[in-house]
Design a protein around this ligand. Sequence first.
Ligand code: SME
Length: 165
Amino acid sequence: MEKIEISSSEKSDVYKELIPQIKSLTAYESDTIANLANIAAALKEAFGFFWVGFYLVKRDSKENKEVLVLGPFQGPVACTRIAYGKGVCGTAWKEQKTLVIPDVDKFPGHIACSSLSKSEIVVPVFHNNTVVAVLDIDSDELNSFDQTDALFLEEMLSGLIINNV
Ligand code: SME
């Protein structure tokens, strides 16, 4: 997809148009994979991000602990498992909050699934106050994300039901 420079207010306009579409796409569909796949596709189409996808909290039966496992995504092949507290995704899970990373090389422990990734935002998805998944968006440019993205993405994911998959 062709890359477009986008200002903060233009970004808000895109989110304001996109969020109702995503809510109506997912509201009457109970299948988690279908919903996450459509959200990743809609975000990639709307913004042309380098990588958009979900990691789901799952029990690793071999190690008998929870781990993030790659779910529906759009973009290049990515790491499949991320441990609690590791990388930006594992840290957002541990700290239970959205992380905006303007320069991934300055984030200690960043997991580079692709060397092209330069900035990143990770938004946790909650169920009963527990993180059940994270949305990860990567950009191949520095400083692509800010509080506007954080607020709109949190709103987009609020109320999303993640079933055991
Ligand atoms: N960079 C992430 C890993 C996932 S990929 O970017 C798709 C991290 O540090 O958690």
